[in-house]
Design a protein around this ligand. Structure first.
Ligand code: AMP
Length: 631
């Protein structure tokens, strides 16, 4: 896998650096990032114990960590329940009447829920679930629209020690069924409808179809916004909200599972990633303050969904543990109009935002006239994760959303469902190098290595690995320990992430894409991200996907799929100009052999480009598991 990007003079390796804006640096919660990184690696036990000490434990741990090279445990022997830290601590303090959530609907509706109210809602619903026989260790699948009740369902499961598995309520019945079966869920909690782009989306028929013939699911709790008729197996969500508003939290071992989350499946069959109460709580909350710079003073808008890991970590658990006010919204971020997001930022004085490159590219496609109509000066940090953040998308967002640094900063961070929180990124106090994700965060020891595990020199591509575990990292794959163990055993001493990357001399890491997607042209390995970012740097291009097509002469040639920005029309002349543009940016070996214009790129529901699907289609093959595909 070595050799990626080597020898290619390109826009990604330009030594471009953009200093962190003064206003962001001055206000940042964590200023001594370098020291934080050093301490976390030199004495991890002291470092993580310091973080864990900020939480309520009903029994203290006896050992900070144990690691045998594959399996790891944190805060060993410690007892807690994440909901005690997410709810009780605040509900029993002066934070009781502070807003935990500002929830918005596409139709303009608004709901504000305080910590005190949330505590009571969760207790009521937990008692309701208890009445259905839910207990510690049971699996509960949640298929809910992005509403407060979805969060309540998650927290109520955690309170009882049941293991929730949220399935994004945009996935179809096969995906839902596969997950229900794999987790062997006792209960399913589902909404009857969701609202998106002004339309009502029926969820209940999908649940019914997914459950057809599945006899081990005992009850289905229906959150009904359209007065759905219930069968004998079904229970009304609201009936479970009538139970008493006090429910003691089940005492959980630090290592007891908190949730299963099936990965988005951009590379194959989804797997149930297992996260636990103690480590997930400590790690994700730590990164919220230290990396994302989010604290009590903020209004934090995370545009993800509870169906994804970002939602678990940064809509639900970490912000609640930190006592933060979080905004989230059901529906599309560009509906009812392309300026909607910026209207919300202005109205609620959103100060920190977490979004994805796919959203930034969409805003860029609409153009800067929309954000220009609103006061965005409250926005200090816009953190972006999920896919490579193309330099041009970064520049556009930094200029038009962050006032070119006058008030804010757009930063990149890399992680996976498996990791629960960021492992690489540019902290708000560090210079951003567009196209480069950033540096390893405290606790993470990231490196780029060859197949034997030797670090490759700066500027040379290789496998992106992590050389030690951290508290918020997965413990296993549900029902498939071998698959988990395999990720630690392919390369000695390394957790293999499945991505390819290149590091510069200062440790900044560029993620080039998934190892499976990497292009191989005449013996040169080229990251999909490089070609796509080169295309996106052209003013006519909004989004692009690059795939390798087998070629008898070159091994592979590069085919690109391109969606144009508003005001640009596809034509042969534009295709030729784009090929020439990539050639100029990346050099002759990375020149695409074909450009196909598309009106939309196939994506996972979480917004990742599905190159595997494009490639299978191009080659007339079966695309494999595409159950998480959008549309
Ligand atoms: P998932 O677990 O489905 O969220 O997918 C994780 C994968 O998304 C990673 O392995 C990367 O391939 C990709 N990814 C996430 N964040 C970034 C980022 N900031 N830059 C590049 N790729 C990313």
């Amino acid at each position: 896998m070595t050799g990626t990007a080597s020898g290619i003079s390109n826009l990604l390796s330009e030594e471009l650096e953009y200093a962190a804006p003064e206003i962001v640096v001055n206000q940042a919660l964590q200023k001594d990032w370098k020291d934080e990184c050093r301490r976390s690696l030199e004495s991890p036990e002291t470092f993580w114990a310091e973080q864990a000490n900020q939480f309520v434990w009903t029994r203290p741990w006896t050992k900070v960590m144990e690691w045998d090279g594959v399996h790891h445990q944190w805060f060993v022997g410690g007892k807690t329940n994440i909901t005690v830290n997410a709810l009780d601590r605040h509900a029993n303090s002066s934070r009781r009447n502070r807003a935990a959530y500002i929830w918005l609907g596409e139709d303009g509706s608004e709901r504000i829920v305080t910590y005190g109210q949330l505590y009571r809602m969760v207790c009521r619903f937990a008692n309701g679930l208890k009445s259905l026989g839910v207990k510690k260790g049971d699996r509960v699948v949640i298929y809910m629209p992005l509403v407060i009740e979805g969060v309540v369902a998650m927290l109520a499961c955690a309170r009882l020690g049941a293991i929730h598995s949220v399935v994004y309520a945009g996935l179809g019945h096969t995906a839902l069924r596969d997950r229900i079966v794999d987790a062997r869920a006792k209960i399913v909690i589902a909404g009857d409808v969701g609202f998106r782009r002004g339309k009502t989306i029926a969820l209940k028929p999908i649940v019914d179809e997914a459950l057809d013939g599945v006899d081990f699911v005992e009850r289905v709790v229906v959150f009904s916004r359209r007065a759905a008729e219930l069968t004998d197996r079904e229970v009304d969500f609201n009936d479970l909200m009538k139970f008493p508003a006090e429910c003691p939290a089940e005492e959980m071992d630090s290592e007891d599972p908190l949730f299963l989350l099936y990965t988005s499946g951009s590379t194959g069959k989804p797997k149930g990633v297992v996260h636990v109460h103690g480590g997930f709580m400590v790690g994700t909350t730590y990164h919220l303050a230290s990396f994302f710079d989010v604290g009590e003073q903020d209004v934090f808008w995370c545009t993800s969904d509870i169906g994804w890991v970002v939602g678990h970590s940064y809509i639900v658990y970490a912000p609640l543990c930190a006592g933060v006010t979080t905004l989230f919204r059901e529906g599309a971020v560009d509906y009812p109009n392309p300026g909607t997001a910026w209207e919300i930022v202005e109205r609620y004085a959103v100060s920190k935002m977490f979004t994805a490159p796919t959203a930034l590219r969409m805003f860029m496609r609409y153009g800067e006239s929309y954000p220009a109509q609103y006061d965005l000066t409250s926005l200090r940090v816009i953190a972006c994760a999920g896919e490579p953040l193309n330099p041009e998308a970064w520049r556009w967002a930094q200029t038009h959303l962050a006032g070119d640094g006058k008030w804010g900063y757009v930063i990149d961070n890399w992680w996976q469902t498996e990791l629960g929180g960021p492992a690489i990124g540019t902290p708000p106090t560090y210079p951003m190098r567009p196209g480069k994700c950033g540096l390893a965060v405290p606790g993470a020891e990231a490196d780029v290595v060859d197949e034997q595990g030797n670090a490759v020199p700066a500027g040379v591509g290789g496998r992106l690995v992590l050389k030690r575990p951290f508290p918020n990292m997965l413990r296993t794959i549900w029902g498939n320990a071998a698959r988990y163990e395999g990720d630690w055993q392919q390369i000695p001493g390394c957790y293999v992430t499945g991505d390819v990357a290149v590091k510069d001399k200062d440790g900044y890491i560029t993620v080039l894409g998934r190892a499976d997607d990497v292009l191989n042209v005449a013996g040169h390995r080229i990251g999909t991200a490089e070609v796509e970012s080169a295309l996106v740097s052209h003013p006519a291009v909004a989004e692009a996907a690059a795939i390798g097509v087998p070629d008898p002469l070159k091994g592979e040639t590069i085919k690109c799929f391109v969606q144009t920005r508003a005001g640009h029309t596809p034509s042969d002349a534009l295709a030729a100009a784009l090929i020439e543009h990539v050639r100029r940016e990346l050099g002759p070996i990375a020149t695409p052999s074909a450009i196909e214009f598309v009106t939309a790129l196939p994506k996972t529901r979480s917004g990742k480009i599905l190159r595997r699907f494009l490639k299978a289609k191009e080659l007339g093959q079966d695309a494999g598991d595409v159950s998480t595909m959008e549309g």
